[in-house]
Write a protein that binds this ligand. Sequence first.
Ligand code: 0X9
Ligand code: ZN
Length: 427
Amino acid sequence: MITVRRAAAALIASALGFLASTTPLVPQDIVSVRATEENKAKLARSPLDLLMEWDHKLYLVLAPGDVSRLQSLGIPFALETGRLAVSPPPSAALSQGGLNGAYHSYAELERELLDIARDYPAIAKLFRLGTTLEGRTIYALKISDRPELNEDEPEVLFLGCHHAREWITVEVPLLLARYLTGEYDRDENVRNRVDSAEVWIVPLVNPDGLEYSIQTYRWWRKNRRLNDDGSYGVDLNRNYGYQWGADDEGSSPAPVSDVFRGREPFSEPETSIVRGLCESRDFRVAVSYHNFSQIILYAWGWTRRPSPNAAEYAAMAARMADLIRPVNGRDYTPEPACSLYLTNGDTVDYITGTLGIPAITIELPPLDIVHGGFMNAESDISSVFAENLPAMLYLIDDARQKFAASGDGERPGRPAKPKKGKLDALK
Ligand code: 0X9
Ligand code: ZN
């Protein structure tokens, strides 16, 4: 935690126009820079962890190396506070009631998933995939006709909330579950999809992190692993086993970093649970929801070389953007993940690299920190879902079409179909 003396020193340094690097800044400190157009242009698409724009300042969380990064960009900065002392600004994005308002906490999500499975037993089945370090369950809801059976149908995976502070990413896949179950009896198109596909929804990959973000520190990103150096957290989107730790640009070996990749591939229960699910099923496409930026990303993230099926993935991402745009007029940019910045050990590379199927990361709204960054107003939850729904349905339909076209559902030129494993059903 920051001392009063350090804060005072930083204040004086910034008032005098000095670089705040004269104070002993440490990773996870929050610093601000002036929100000028010049600074924004310099910071656009940088790997710096920008949180928000507030009161003519841009706030960011320092990672190892960021002090020299800011210095080499020639951007003066000031220490705002140690991370635990920060609470969100009283912005319009925070109109929530209670701790997280209309957003789901772990317990609220659990209740909702149990309710769906109870209310729609003919088309929804809930699976406990495993437990986290703090003992929470990671759930998967399977939506299909005769959900207790492994039918010969294309399987589609929707993942939410690898990153704790990205609350909207729980809501979008959860609302898909509500939509498919609630509309099944009313809408023939929904019925056809549910009857001829197996839709797997894991709305909360990182429950420990989400709870920490709700209860303690809104901008928490990682899980809650106690690291060897006493710091907390592994970045779950750097811990997957494909090209894990390929370099120190796409992930960090430093435990204190917000992009710490963990001690080894799949060291974390959460990523190992997702791997277990992927290995026991036969997914044809997968989506992992993040925010923010309004981008649709596909492999690779770890290298700037194009992935073997990049043209196919690019066409899918472009189609998704075309389906999203007319709903609320928001533009989502399709691009290879590496053109945002390099990552290694991320979900999409693991799924594409290991399973040989298209995998998409969608960075949900807002567009940038000026529009709220990680904060989405409660009133935006339903419109963000509404604009994403056509793209979700397209992916399900695309999987159904390709499955039907390949006869018995085999995948030409792709790894052999894995044998479906058993998952422990909830009683
Ligand atoms: O850094 C991430 O894990 C994702 N962005 S986020 O702001 N939600 O944390 C992006 C991962 C996509 N992959 C690449 N950009 N390579
Ligand atoms: Zn994220």
